[in-house]
Design a protein around this ligand. Structure first.
Ligand code: DGJ
Length: 356
């Protein structure tokens, strides 16, 4: 079935002179093939770049950037029961849903969604940006359904503390607070939620506890108690946090635009840090370039403790809509070290064979 869809997709691509992502596409019905074409259940290429996965009621929801229209990034949602077959649930948020004054110039990157049991709302956070990357704000929107529609809540910089910003800063951090760029969300076992984001012009990462609605920071804000500066001055982005056996792990990338660089994993006993950086977790060909990709999310596999899917984007800067997905097994060894191991082709049974 899927082989037929890939053949049709290739034929249409050739007839329409569209570049193929990678001509090595294989059948993805039962296995992950990082870097290959990945079609949804209706035969279209999955558009969920810079995304993340929500597990809700036995269903996986994959949210990400739909880059089909280079002029306007929208947030897409796909659903799946098995992580292989993804059904397009549509575009759940677009710049047209922003208030009038923001619509024209803004684009959306790295959307993530979490569920709030208290308010019974699905809460979307994303990086809201404008050409030049100086706008750098958080976008927050909510919905009563995982498949939207999401309604605008706010666009803002969560932390306004002046940590010594310059007066002539193009990011206007003295007046507006630390920039909000690459981001992720994390809900802890006690249901407290946190947003991780590259701030201070990407020089330092922030971790900020959210309030009970998950739509705003916990108030009153207190550095070290409700938020923290982590990986200070390290110039890291693309944060992907996860937890295992009471410790907090964070995968990040360096800041080299759309070009790949080496990933790093860091670990902390407290979610607010301090995080100790431990180096590159990747193993295999092109491990020094994160397999030519950049982290976006780490998905803990339900009922498989210590087994995670590392999700990353192999960006194609000239045609972002053709960027490919790199999904790989991530495991934590018995000594607490993190390993992401390259596989051309793999399924969840790989975790039974990987050495701890
Ligand atoms: C790297 C970031 O991780 C991406 O999300 C995007 O913002 C690019 N930089 C833009 O150059």
């Amino acid at each position: 079935m899927l082989t037929n869809r890939i053949a049709i997709f290739r034929l249409v691509s050739i007839l329409c002179c569209l570049p193929l992502w990678d001509t090595q596409a294989q059948d993805q019905d039962t296995s992950f093939q990082p870097g290959q074409i990945w079609l949804d259940t209706s035969g279209g290429p999955i558009q969920a770049h810079g995304g993340g996965v929500l597990v809700d009621g036995g269903t996986y929801y994959w949210y990400g950037e739909d880059r089909t229209d280079p002029a306007q990034t929208v947030v897409s949602c796909y659903s799946s029961k098995d992580l292989h077959h993804w059904t397009h649930q549509g575009k759940v948020y677009s710049p047209n849903d922003l208030p009038q004054e923001l619509r024209a110039r803004c684009f959306i990157e790295r959307p993530k969604v979490i569920y709030n049991r208290k308010t019974n709302r699905y809460v979307l956070w994303a990086h809201l940006e404008q050409p030049g990357y100086h706008f750098s704000k958080a976008l927050v929107a909510t919905s009563t359904s995982p498949t939207g529609p999401f309604r605008f809540e706010r666009a803002f910089r969560p932390i306004s503390e002046d940590v010594g910003f310059k007066d002539d800063d193009p990011d206007q951090q003295k007046a507006l607070g630390g920039t909000f760029r690459d981001m992720n969300l994390f809900v802890d076992d006690d249901e407290k939620a946190y947003v991780f984001y590259a701030s201070e012009g990407n020089w330092t990462m922030y971790v900020v506890q959210l309030d009970d609605t998950y739509t705003a920071p916990q108030i009153p804000q207190e550095q070290g108690k409700t938020w923290a500066r982590i990986l200070v001055g390290r110039l890291r982005e693309a944060p992907a946090p996860f937890k295992y056996k009471g410790r907090y792990y964070l995968i990040t990338s360096g800041c080299t635009g759309w070009s790949p660089n080496a990933a790093d994993w860091a670990v902390a006993d407290n979610i607010l840090g301090p995080y100790e950086s431990r180096g590159n977790p990747c193993h295999g060909p092109e491990a020094a370039l994160t397999f030519r990709s950049q982290s976006t999310y780490v998905l803990p596999l339900p009922n498989m403790p210590g087994c995670f899917v590392f999700m990353a984007d192999r960006w194609n800067p000239r045609r972002l809509q053709d960027s490919a997905y790199i999904w790989l097994p991530l495991l934590i060894h018995d000594d607490g070290t993190v390993a992401i191991v390259w596989h051309d082709n793999w399924d969840l049974s790989v975790f039974e064979r990987l050495e701890r």
